[in-house]
Design a protein around this ligand. Structure first.
Ligand code: HEM
Length: 424
């Protein structure tokens, strides 16, 4: 029987709790060719170079064998156009620029930062519910509700519809997991779910067109700037993308953050004394325990020479961001969690033209959520270590994180709004 490659071992769910020794093995061959012709890249500088290389495509129509998948897409219910994470320039750049206008600087400065008090209020409310208990599942009871509430508020999704989003987002995220089927099968599944979600979002866009509000969908519909407005199909694809991209990633950042703090109690105590530490701490988390471990679906458009290897045109390319983040050639003492690290240009949000669009929101959510929980749980400790992980090797994170504590400390005054109920 042929021996499993290191990358095959990375994909194996048994490796999920601690893939880092395998990443160290991977880095010994910075650009490794798998038997099926896929090139796996695991060192920082090589990944960064490829993320900035215009000869690398994110468009699935350039993925080897995708002629079949494109046909598959047409068999199903009418889907949405490709969202901008799966497009190359110039289409990518134009859609991203349009989407950015209602989302943040320079056109809407303060949009994300102004969410801080509201996010604090949501976090405070979730922690208040833990009073009188001695155990919390950080994933279910804390990390999960916060990002979905935030992205739905930004998009203008009414609170009563939010539970549906979890079901759609979970199903879509699973389609990014290469262990759940071939690229073609996963594309087919993704198109089917997209069609359902697209139908819902279309109704929502109609409602916002009739009564525009202070939300992103209304902003996109009423934009009168250059290249605006976005077509209805692109608008639906963008809303769908924001929902999915901003969901489990942020859940994992908050969960990994609490896990890492509990494994480093000295840092947890320091955070309680020095709340300002949270800024560099979150960056270090994005390096040390990133929510996105792998970018699995790129392809080369030309021969590319990197690290003494020529990757032929038309090859599937896998970029192991989490291995790059622990590359000793870039980060001194890379396996140490060091919240004081300043030279920290990690790959947690990717790099190049597709660098995370939602990074300001993700950072703000983690900067609010972690100090609140760390401060208010008295004597917190992990009920199990390691916790059970979800099998997905791409978006890696614990399925549950059970934490025990003695009591819940009272909320700080600043977390209390004048009104006892939070408008979500
Ligand atoms: C901790 C949380 C997050 C992490 C770790 C993360 C990570 C990433 C990474 C690695 C990429 C690059 C993908 C690629 O190059 O193919 C990316 C792109 C993207 N992210 Fe995030 N993300 C997070 C949160 C968010 C949030 C909250 C949103 C939405 C509000 C969001 C929206 C996007 C979008 C739209 C893209 C595509 C950008 C483009 O193609 O130009 N992300 N993210």
């Amino acid at each position: 029987m042929p021996q499993a490659s290191i990358y095959d071992q990375v994909l194996d769910p048994a490796s999920r709790a601690n893939p880092y020794p395998l990443y160290a093995e991977l880095r010994k061959t910075p650009v490794a060719r798998e038997d099926d012709g896929t090139y796996v890249v695991s060192t920082y500088h090589e990944i960064a170079a490829l993320l900035h290389d215009p000869r690398v495509s994110s468009d699935p129509r350039n993925y080897p064998g995708m002629a079949d998948a494109a046909a598959a897409a047409e068999e199903g219910p009418p889907g949405l156009p490709l969202d901008f994470i799966r497009r190359d320039p110039p289409g990518h750049d134009q859609l991203r620029a349009l989407a950015m206008r209602p989302f943040g600087p320079p056109c809407t400065p303060g949009r994300i930062d102004s969410l801080r008090p509201w996010l604090t209020e949501i976090a405070t409310g979730l922690i208040d519910k833990l009073a009188g208990k001695h155990r919390v599942d950080v994933v279910e009871d804390y990390a999960y509700p916060l990002p979905v509430t935030a992205i739905c508020k930004l998009l203008g999704v009414p609170p009563e519809d939010r539970p549906h989003f979890r079901v759609w987002a979970d199903a879509l995220i699973e389609t990014a997991d290469p262990t759940t089927g071939t690229f073609e099968e996963r594309t087919r599944r993704r198109n089917r779910i997209n069609a359902e979600l697209g139908q819902y979002l279309n109704g929502l866009a109609d409602a916002h067109a009739r009564h525009p509000g202070d939300d992103l969908i209304s902003g996109l519909l009423t934009d009168t700037g250059p290249h605006a407005p976005m077509s209805r199909g692109d608008l639906l694809a963008t809303a769908n993308l924001l929902l999915v991209a901003g969901h489990e990633t942020t859940v994992n950042l908050i969960t990994n953050g609490m896990l890492t703090l509990l494994r480093h109690p000295d840092v947890l105590r320091r955070l309680n004394r020095e709340p300002g530490l949270i800024v560099t701490l979150v960056e270090e988390l994005l390096r040390y325990e990133p929510p996105v471990h792998i970018l699995p679906s790129r392809a080369t458009l030309a021969d590319i020479h990197v690290a003494d290897t020529t990757i032929p045109a038309g090859s599937p390319l896998v970029l192991v961001l989490a291995a790059g983040n622990r590359d000793p050639a870039r980060f001194p003492d890379p396996d140490r969690f060091n919240p004081d690290r300043t030279d920290n240009q990690h790959l947690g949000f990717g790099s190049g033209i597709h660098i995370c669009f939602g990074a300001p929101l993700a950072r703000t959510e983690a900067q609010v959520a972690l100090p609140e929980l760390a401060r208010r749980l008295v004597n917190p400790r992990l009920a199990a270590d390691p916790s059970p992980y979800r099998p997905n090797p791409v978006l890696r994170g614990p399925r549950h994180l059970q934490v025990e504590y003695d009591t819940v400390a009272p909320a700080a005054e600043r977390g209390r709004a004048a009104s006892p109920t939070v408008s979500t």
